[in-house]
Design a protein around this ligand. Structure first.
Ligand SMILES: [Zn+2]
Length: 357
């Protein structure tokens, strides 16, 4: 089972899915659940996974994860063949230089490129200590002219770009390294929770939703939540870990300390009664968890919470070290516990409990 989970995470993190270009990710999630789910998709590339056993008579619980990842878009190509790019989502400029990316060409193939930097040999002491802004960076496919980039490589303005990184698993230490743990861990958790719940006798109907364009402003979920109109929602996320730089008494997103539940961020106050219920379920099932009060950031729970007539929503996150960089790290056990927690919650949800939220 562990192997199946890792395989799913490997496929999902290796998939290309810049905001607005989530097609490969939705395709994987659709295929994984095809046996027992009726799938629909809208024009934003939001994917709706509705288990065939749903009767339509029970309250609907939305299991949600965003399918996009932070990425880039080709802006223009200069006469030297260097590619200027726009960022999609929150990148830190200093984590970009010298990294590999892949750019989708007009044939649909992904072409490897390097985010170019000036070698230290050509930098004087003053320049070496300066921060280089993203606006001053280029992507390089190894071409020597604008014509070559367009004609031979087939790369044009508007092309999506993602980090060029392969999933890696350290089996002894149970730590995974890959791009896009934010939020392919969430996508995997949605798919796996739905799959594990397929033969359970639940008092709620589940709908799995992979929403698009979270990284550019929680956009897909605005539409997906209004379409599903759930009575409650569980959002699975890959939020940033803080344990490598925060004093232990203040760290709230520690790798290997269990999934986190988010009480606050700049986009929402999580429904306190649903949060309390989820914490109680974790305690009853002896599942580790961490409480997170974030001063910044936001998740799809904000869009879902304010959709339709208002929806009680919680966020279960797998702490991700170095989120929004090329090389994210996360604990496989934290992921497994997030799925266990989600499953334990939906087993206990019913109409009356949800009405109490
Ligand atoms: Zn995210």
């Amino acid at each position: 089972m562990a192997d199946a989970s890792l395989d799913l995470i490997r496929k999902l993190t290796n998939a290309n899915g810049a905001p607005g270009f989530e097609d490969e990710v939705t395709e994987i999630c659709r295929k994984e659940t095809a046996d027992f789910v009726r799938a629909e998709e809208d024009c934003l590339r939001n994917l709706y996974l509705m288990p065939k056993k749903n009767q339509g008579k029970q309250p609907v619980v939305m299991l949600e994860g965003h399918s996009d990842e932070v990425g880039f878009m080709v802006h223009s190509i200069n006469e030297k063949g260097m590619i200027k790019f726009a960022t999609l989502g929150g990148w830190f400029s200093q984590a970009l230089l010298g990294h590999k990316v892949r750019i989708r060409n007009n044939q649909g193939s992904y072409i490897p490129a390097v985010i170019s930097s000036i070698p230290p040999h050509f930098l004087n002491e003053g320049k070496k200590n300066q921060v280089i802004q993203t606006d001053d960076m280029f992507m390089d496919v190894g071409a020597s002219s604008r014509d070559q980039v367009i004609m031979e490589f087939g790369i044009e303005p508007g092309a999506p770009v993602v980090p060029d990184v392969d999933f890696y698993y350290d089996a002894e230490n149970k730590v995974m390294t890959a791009k896009a743990f934010d939020n392919r861990l969430g996508c995997a958790a949605v798919v796996e929770t739905l799959t594990k719940a397929r033969d359970l006798d639940l008092k709620v109907d589940l709908v799995g939703v992979l929403s698009s364009q979270e990284e550019v402003g929680l956009r897909g979920a605005r539409i997906s939540a209004n379409r599903v109109q759930p009575q409650a929602a569980i959002v699975f996320e890959g939020p940033p870990a803080d344990d490598t730089f925060t004093p232990a008494d203040q760290a709230q997103a520690v790798m290997k300390k269990g999934p986190q539940i988010r009480h606050l961020d700049s986009s929402m106050i999580a429904n306190p009664r649903f949060v309390a219920f989820a914490r109680e379920v974790a305690r009853k099932n002896s599942l580790p968890f961490q409480d997170t009060v974030r001063l910044k950031g936001g998740t799809d729970a904000a869009s879902i919470g304010l959709s339709h007539l208002g929806v009680p929503a919680i966020v279960i996150g797998v702490p991700v070290r170095y989120a929004h960089t090329h090389h994210c790290m996360a604990s496989f056990e934290d992921y497994q516990n997030a799925v266990k927690w989600g499953l334990a919650i939906i087993k206990e949800l019913d109409q009356k409990t949800i009405e109490g939220f």
